[in-house]
Write a protein that binds this ligand. Structure first.
Ligand code: FES
Length: 161
């Protein structure tokens, strides 16, 4: 094999490895939870299964219908859902948690992690416990926690300040 052929082969192999690493690295940071925008005008809008306001620009006060396909993921323990400016999770022990979803470091949207039963910022790896308390910096302050009330008869979750 000539030197030029060898260098071409090595260059292709290194490029393939770098590309594969980038693809796997990028995909591991994506949040698998779909984002549900806040309802238009705070009154339900085009998104089914939610009434009220989930936009932090006004007081947080909304109700989720867990029978609706948009929020049925929260029927299961260890799942999370972005709802406007809030992240709602049903922890592994079944309790509901609702926190502001903007990391207090640089406002990156946080994710719920089932494996750790906590919240994670994919930007600089800050973590928060189920109360919103910072457990790993650089986030300087806790996430804001909202009150949750679950109606097991109607299968609805109320979230408010
Ligand atoms: S934006 Fe969340 S840790 Fe930096």
């Amino acid at each position: 094999m000539e030197r030029k052929e060898f260098l071409n082969m090595v260059g292709i192999s290194v490029g393939a490895i770098v590309l594969q690493h980038c693809i796997s690295g990028c995909s591991s940071k994506s949040d698998p939870t779909p984002i549900v925008p806040p309802p238009a005008g705070g009154g339900g809008g085009a998104v089914t299964g939610i009434t009220g306001n989930a936009d932090a620009g006004k007081a947080i006060d909304f109700v989720l219908d867990l029978n609706d396909k948009n929020f049925s993921i929260l029927k299961d323990n260890g799942k999370g859902k972005i709802v406007g400016s809030v992240i709602v999770a049903r922890a592994k022990n079944g309790t509901f948690v609702a926190l502001s979803n903007a990391c207090t470091h640089q406002q990156t949207q946080v994710e719920y992690r089932e494996a750790n039963d906590d919240f994670f910022c994919p930007n600089h790896s800050s973590t928060f416990d189920l109360t919103g308390k910072v457990t790993k910096s650089p986030a300087p302050t806790n996430l804001k926690a909202y009150k949750t009330t679950f109606d097991s008869v109607k299968n609805t979750l109320t979230v408010k300040e």
